[in-house]
Design a protein around this ligand. Structure first.
Ligand SMILES: Cc1cc2nc3c(=O)[nH]c(=O)nc-3n(C[C@H](O)[C@H](O)[C@H](O)COP(=O)(O)OP(=O)(O)OC[C@H]3O[C@@H](n4cnc5c(N)ncnc54)[C@H](O)[C@@H]3O)c2cc1C
Length: 510
């Protein structure tokens, strides 16, 4: 096959981009380093247990039309992704353990009990402030974006609505705390908002973009809302995208590590694999690798060192610790939730190492993820494990094993708050460190992604100074998270489609 495009990496950003390019009629090959697709969102199986390597919190996947760009990509590909819905998750906070739900009202009940009526009034005020911002955040759908002058035609019909949002549109470019601080003084709500921001962007409220939180408020705190979990786990989502890619003639090559981007006449014209094979692309190369990993693939003099140095200095979020457990599910505590957030000490800040732990038990929602009578558990410290603690350690060494045990203790303790006899139930125990993250996800220092503070800088766009080389994924606008990376892939693919193709696609999903 003569390729129009090579996509480096099969993360959700790369797969979304590649599948849409194929849908638009281009010949596309995805080169993936690993034997599995999905990057940070891949699923894997051990001993009959099916694990999510990363994401497990989804919304907007179970209905159409949806505002979630990932669902929009699936709709354009006409790929179905059956989901289970739920609305409640558990919190183990310094204030105590409780359940909370998405939706307009339940969190007010939590606040009333924990903090009293003043806190409820402040939360209602915040909801009122966020309402018009939510409308502004969705005024121009990401599916209408493209990175050429034709954007006037595809975004044009949404501009009157966007202009109607007035100053709210501009507020979206600033930090969320600049908005929240105008109505919230209650310390618990401030901590809570910091936590939500950290889980969304890897950064606290003062560095998280108002747009991201406006989108979240519009989605999570509306009446009747439910969260989704794909049947089959994150692996099912990845399979749906790969099916969509292949259905439209695209292909994915596994265990195909790209060593370098091939440049001829100052233009990216293909890639060379670590096997020595060269694959050409007529239209261009799109890198889904992180910005730091993409820079390593660009030959030394192909881009100006000023640009390279600037992008190399992009600040990075920290990494992760993971426990993937397959457990005996006999006589588990009643009313277990699928997800828990554990915070040990607010005063340390949500970013502090070992302070926040997430627990996910997806087999409670989808029993096919574990053998009969068993449960599948994923525990992780989200983007708060310093890579520096692990840098230079030899995997398999005694020191590495000892450090793993020591650093994992916080995850076991968090889990014991939920399932007190967890240690005696484990049939499979897998632990991942920042080194695992770095190796399996091919991400510099196992980072969660760029730590770009809102209000100071925007996430960079997908263009690079090297003609024919584009980027998509969490190092590019709009940033980290599945909806965002799907949007980034969609915007790049749109840029190469004709205006009429894109308008037809927009009609289908909006
Ligand atoms: C533990 C965890 C939990 C998360 N939870 C959520 C959540 O609940 N909800 C949510 O929305 N988001 C969540 N996220 C964030 C979300 O998963 C990521 O932002 C997103 O998956 C990143 O996708 P991506 O396409 O940018 O890149 P990646 O997933 O990093 O994919 C990049 C791909 O490129 C490949 N690659 C790199 N270099 C090369 C090369 N040289 N040659 C060939 N291939 C290469 C890699 O192997 C990889 O497959 C979570 C992330 C983690 C780690």
């Amino acid at each position: 096959m003569v390729n129009d495009f090579i996509v480096i990496g099969s993360g959700i950003g790369g797969l979304s981009c590649a599948a849409l390019l194929a849908r638009y009629g281009f010949k596309v090959t995805v080169c993936e380093s690993h034997s599995l697709a999905g990057g940070a969102a891949h699923g894997f199986e051990r001993g009959g247990f099916i694990f999510d390597s990363g994401p497990s919190l989804y919304s907007g996947l179970s209905y159409s039309p949806s505002l979630n760009p990932l669902k929009q990509v699936l709709d354009i590909l006409e790929e179905s992704l059956p989901c289970v819905t739920y609305d409640t998750w558990g919190c183990c906070l310094p204030e105590g353990d409780f359940k909370t739900s998405v939706g307009a009202d339940q969190f007010c009940e939590v606040l009333r009990q924990l903090r009293g009526e003043t806190a409820v009034i402040q939360w209602r005020q915040l909801q009122a402030v966020m309402k018009p911002l939510g409308r502004a955040a969705v005024a121009i759908p990401p599916a209408s974006f493209r990175f050429d002058s034709n954007a006037l035609f595809t975004m044009g019909r949404f501009l009157p609505n966007a202009l109607f949002q007035g100053s709210h549109l501009f507020k979206l470019t600033g930090s969320f705390s600049a908005i929240a601080d105008t109505v919230i003084s209650d310390p618990f709500i401030r901590n809570w908002l910091d936590l939500l921001c950290f889980l969304l962007s890897g950064l606290p409220a003062k560095a998280t973009s108002a747009a991201e939180m406006a989108f979240m408020f519009a989605d999570w705190y509306r009446p009747g809302v439910m969260l989704d979990y794909p049947l089959g786990g994150s692996g099912a989502l990845v399979k749906a995208l790969v099916r969509g890619l292949e259905k439209f003639g695209g292909q994915i090559r596994y265990s195909s590590h790209v060593k370098e981007i091939v440049v001829e006449n100052k233009r990216a014209v293909g890639v060379s694999l670590s096997t020595g094979e060269i694959i050409h692309a007529k239209e261009g190369v799109i890198s889904n690798a992180s910005i730091w990993d993409t820079l390593k693939l660009i030959p030394p003099h192909a881009v100006a060192s000023k640009w390279r140095n600037k992008r190399e200095k992009t600040p990075a979020c920290e990494s992760f610790l993971h426990l993937h457990l397959g457990i005996d599910g006999t006589n588990l505590p009643q009313d277990l939730a699928c997800h828990y957030i554990v915070v040990n000490d607010w005063s340390k800040g949500v970013k502090a190492p070992q302070n926040v732990v997430l627990v996910s038990i997806p087999s409670l929602l989808d029993s096919t993820l574990a053998p009969p009578g068993k449960q599948t558990i994923h525990v992780y410290t989200p983007g708060n494990e310093p890579y520096s603690l692990w840098d230079g350690m030899k995997r398999g060494s005694l020191a590495y094993q000892q450090q793993k045990q020591q650093r994992a203790a916080v995850m076991w303790q968090a889990l014991e708050r939920i399932i007190p006899d967890i240690r005696s139930r484990c049939e499979i125990t897998l632990m991942g460190t920042p080194l695992t993250h770095e190796r399996f996800l091919r991400r510099m220092k196992g980072s969660y992604g760029p730590a770009i503070a809102a209000g100071k800088e925007l996430f960079p766009g997908p263009k690079t100074p090297l003609s024919g080389l584009w980027c998509c994924g969490d190092s590019t606008f709009p940033g980290i998270g599945l909806p965002a990376v799907a949007a980034s892939g969609m915007m790049v693919a749109n840029t190469f489609a004709s205006v009429s193709q894109q308008l037809k696609m927009l009609q289908k999903i909006i």
